[in-house]
Design a protein around this ligand. Sequence first.
Ligand SMILES: Cc1cc2nc3c(=O)[nH]c(=O)nc-3n(C[C@H](O)[C@H](O)[C@H](O)COP(=O)(O)OP(=O)(O)OC[C@H]3O[C@@H](n4cnc5c(N)ncnc54)[C@H](O)[C@@H]3O)c2cc1C
Length: 301
Amino acid sequence: MKIPNTFGMDVKARLFIEYYSLDELRQVLREHKGEPMLHIGQGSNLLFTKDYDGVILHSGMARARFIDDETVEAQNGLRLDDLIAQLTDMAYCGMEKLSLIPGEVGASAVQNVGAYGVEAKDVIERVYTIDIETLEERIFTNEECRFGYRDSIFKHELKGKYIVTSVVYKVKPGEASATREEIIQTRMAKLPTVGEVGSAGSFFMNPFVSEEKANELLKIYPDMPNFPSPSGVKIPAAWLIEQCGWKGKTLGGAQVWHKQPLVIVNANHATPDDIIALADAVSKSVKDKFNIDIHPEVNYI
Ligand SMILES: Cc1cc2nc3c(=O)[nH]c(=O)nc-3n(C[C@H](O)[C@H](O)[C@H](O)COP(=O)(O)OP(=O)(O)OC[C@H]3O[C@@H](n4cnc5c(N)ncnc54)[C@H](O)[C@@H]3O)c2cc1C
């Protein structure tokens, strides 16, 4: 069966299973124990490099409920933007800056999604999971998730070991519709629309360099945007890529998006190899010109 993915890669899984309750999920995990397995959301941060010889799991659970006036629990399969739209309509705020980020609630905790200065970690209180081996529930506090830049414990030590089943977010009463609308307009002007142009959003993560390296570069490129932080000086990867002349350039069916060079798009029936070849060429140019390594944010499967 075809695997849903926003890049529009034509890839199939040996089995694609959608479940609608925790009991069903446990049943599937029992039946397919030991088989290669991958839980996906909307497939909006994935580059499938070939067919998947295993079980792809997807949640059909997509409900949200208020626990109290300050916390809402959302099931893993609910689209994050649908949740934010519902909260905004009900005059709750806190998550509006994450508006229009593709993908589902489960992945928001795995990826620690972020935009416009807000990350999922700022609003996540706790994360409910199921241990794939023991089928037992485990609840992770925000701290236990060890969130970092587009990062969490679920991408490292616990990769492939837990399925996020629901996420509890902190919210507060407040008007957010103007901010949400502004963010939607800004994103639509700059980013490819899911369903119209295949992509996985930002292909690369922004690199952090030492202060010394940033000062060295600023002597040559005084206009270079740079953002000092406790983990080093962040340089926007989009700027580095644009300086290397990649904006709008095509390789095979893949293209560096003309409005935002951090995004690689499936411009014309791109194969996974086209995307990989373009991504490799872009990161090699950045390395050659600036001696900076840029790494994919997109998960290669
Ligand atoms: C046009 C566009 C714009 C984007 N803009 C942004 C942005 O502004 N900020 C940002 O942070 N990201 C952005 N992204 C990337 C993407 O939206 C996020 O990474 C999102 O969290 C992926 O969600 P998903 O449901 O599609 O997960 P998938 O891509 O399907 O999966 C991502 C990872 O999470 C794992 N996973 C998924 N669900 C579960 C679960 N329930 N339990 C355990 N593991 C799970 C998968 O195995 C995989 O490793 C953008 C993508 C696109 C296409």
